[in-house]
Design a protein around this ligand. Structure first.
Ligand code: DC
Length: 241
């Protein structure tokens, strides 16, 4: 596998704690991975890498360039030649996602992207490319990476693997709040249907399907607050240190 011209960089200002752990957090859409992973990374002074944002950025590019979504060869070429950057803000604010220098942080979170991201992320050439980039970003350690295949494919030797789950209904309710906060007015029943459909596509695809790694610790977040989940993971980190 070759990362070609694709440039993926992250910038962080925090310093790592003494033992630099590699932490993988996987799970289905809306389980709370991003919020939890970012909070754990901040608490430890680690780099946070949102791999879903990378697949969303690739999907944004396909739409922006009007590439036919059936034309897999052109999609892989487009992603291979693109610069996708994740930048952590200096004040602990949200991560910025840049595609070929353009800030697409807001645009990659729309329902339109959420609908198309599963088929785009199922394309083997797209995955190969982004997985190599993700492995390079994690090579120095002191990293929290979240996604679907981090514990199984991207970082199989991670020091700590967490598999976050929650019922589809709870996840749809969380997504509703996020989208409403972003000014969208989605229908909750439609969101629930879409979450179930994304679960189905992400877990049944041929390459790197969503599944719990054998050595991952499962955490159901239905009845847990974000603080609860973060502190459980930080406690698990202490045992690794
Ligand atoms: O975490 P998210 O909802 O932002 O992820 C968007 C999509 O990207 C998700 O439907 C599946 C895909 N994805 C993936 O295939 N592998 C990853 N490591 C992360 C995300």
């Amino acid at each position: 596998m070759n990362s070609g011209d694709n440039e993926l960089t992250t910038i962080t200002t925090s310093s790592a704690s003494p033992k630099s752990l590699v932490i993988a957090i996987d799970g289905p859409a809306g389980a709370g991975k991003s919020t939890v992973a970012r909070r754990v990374a901040d608490a430890l002074g680690y780099l946070y890498i949102d791999t879903g944002a990378m697949y969303r950025a690739a999907t944004w590019l396909v739409l922006a360039q009007n590439v036919n979504t059936q034309d897999l060869e052109s999609i892989v070429k487009l992603v291979a030649a693109a610069s996708i950057e994740l930048k952590q803000s200096l004040d602990g604010g949200p991560q910025t996602v840049l595609v070929n220098g353009k800030d697409v942080s807001g645009e990659i979170r729309t329902q339109q992207i959420s609908r198309l991201v599963s088929p785009i992320s199922a394309i083997p050439g797209v995955r190969q490319h982004l997985v190599v980039a993700q492995q390079q970003l994690a090579a120095a350690g002191a990293v929290v990476m979240d996604g679907r295949d981090i514990g199984t494919v991207v970082l199989p030797k991670a020091d700590l693997k967490i598999f976050l789950t929650a019922s589809a209904e709870i996840r749809a309710g969380r997504r509703l709040k996020d989208l409403e906060a972003a000014g969208e007015r989605p229908d909750e029943a439609v969101l629930l249907h879409e979450i179930k459909e994304r679960d189905r596509l992400d877990s049944t695809r041929a390459v790197a399907p969503l599944r719990q790694a054998q050595d991952a610790i499962p955490l159901n977040t239905d009845n847990l607050t974000i603080d609860d989940v973060v502190s459980r993971i930080l406690n698990l980190c202490k045992r690794q240190a």
